[in-house]
Design a protein around this ligand. Structure first.
Ligand code: PRP
Length: 218
């Protein structure tokens, strides 16, 4: 069976991506947000979705383990991947921010210690400003870094702002706007052209009309 394989970023972006695909007319009967299942199929349209950690989406797509993927622009900016970026899906919108304590803006004329999951984005940002940094690479719960004295500030994505607020931190500066992108494997974009083109066209029209249908997921 010639399935189209789609890698989706697990977590909050997964349900938004699945809502988009359902609005395109696909159906994943056994998907629910709480499920621990990682593969879901639309057997009528021969579509298979795989839920993977967000930094792994472009890895799956680059290596052909998935034909297309939906992933945040943050992941695509942090590392280079040999994939096509096809479409800004305009969901999963958030900002890449510098954040820290309200009353503790660091002295940027001295070296600043930055905690982040995004060392490359962070390094590029501060080196463009000629600011010296020590970067502490973390894998999550980045907001803890200034609290426990691991860093002066953090660079991280902020969506609702709740994580910062509940941990007593504030945004110092927004540095990038982020949203979900559709990416494709460079070979299967040709070999599965019609199938991928159908999805691109459906997604484009949903993006144009302002997003997925309301309440497609319970
Ligand atoms: C991300 C990000 C922030 C949080 C921001 O973490 O790193 O911690 O979401 O979202 P908010 O502004 O809506 O609160 P994620 O939930 O991916 O978890 P992690 O800490 O395990 O990386």
């Amino acid at each position: 069976m010639n399935y189209l394989n789609i890698a989706l970023a697990k977590g909050r972006l997964a349900s938004k991506a699945i809502e988009l695909l359902i609005s395109c007319g696909y159906s994943f009967k056994d998907y629910c947000k709480e499920s621990r299942k990682l593969i879901f199929e639309d057997e009528i349209n021969n579509i298979k979705i795989t839920l993977v950690k967000s930094p792994d989406v472009p890895v799956y797509v680059e290596n052909g383990a998935a034909d297309i993927g939906i992933v945040g622009k943050d992941i695509l900016l942090e590392n280079k991947y040999n994939v096509y970026e096809l479409l800004n899906l305009n969901v999963g919108k958030c900002n890449m921010c510098i954040a820290g304590f309200k009353d503790k803006i660091p002295d940027y004329s001295k070296k600043v210690v930055v905690g982040t999951k995004y060392p490359n984005i962070t390094k590029n940002h501060f080196s463009q400003l000629n600011i010296l940094t020590d970067i502490v690479k973390l894998n999550g719960s980045v907001e803890l870094a200034p609290i426990v004295g691991l860093s002066d500030i953090i660079v991280d994505i902020v969506e609702s702002g709740n994580t910062l607020k509940e941990n007593g931190l504030v945004v110092h500066e927004n540095i990038l706007e982020i949203s979900a992108r559709l990416i494709a494997n460079k070979v299967t974009l040709k070999t599965k052209y019609h199938k991928i083109q159908n999805i691109i066209q459906s997604l484009e029209s949903i993006v144009e009309r302002g997003g997925p249908d309301e309440k497609v997921l319970s």
